[in-house]
Unconditional design. Structure first.
Length: 147
């Protein structure tokens, strides 16, 4: 019984670790989605800014103003590039956490499978003992009936 109790404790521990891994995975995927949304916002702002510059350009821009707009567009492009790197890194982290969660899920299932096998073995032993006892009672009745 002590071994079964220990296995139950291990199973509970593995289940807690799996839940924690699932929570970490969910957080990583949420962060990844946030980073993708930031990139989409940056890109939308860049397109809007570019359209604004084009409309101003049709009315005529001074060279200095044009250079400032070009410099700002360059900064927006760099920000988009950095955001793409952040997305790639967030995706990598989410993939790693998914792998960790799946591994932990395997561990939990293995312990639960062992617990189930142990319970089946115990039940089988109990049934054999009960059958042996019933056989003994039947034998005793038969002997008493013969006497």
């Amino acid at each position: 019984m002590s071994q079964e109790r220990q296995l139950n404790l291990v199973a509970r521990w593995e289940k807690d670790k799996e839940q924690q891994a699932a929570q970490h995975l969910q957080q990583a995927e949420h962060y990844w989605q946030q980073q993708k949304q930031k990139l989409a916002s940056l890109q939308a702002y860049r397109v809007s800014y570019l359209n604004d510059i084009q409309s101003k350009g049709q009315q005529g821009l001074k060279a200095q103003s044009f250079n400032q707009h070009q410099a700002f567009l360059s900064k927006l492009d760099k920000a988009c590039e950095q955001q793409m790197h952040a997305i790639a890194k967030a995706r990598l982290v989410a993939d790693q956490r998914r792998k960790m969660w799946l591994e932990q899920q395997k561990k939990r299932r293995a312990v639960e499978s062992l617990l189930e096998r142990k319970a089946q073995q115990r039940l089988y032993k109990e049934q054999r003992a009960e059958q042996a006892m019933l056989d003994e009672i039947a034998t005793q009745r038969f002997i008493r009936g013969q006497l």
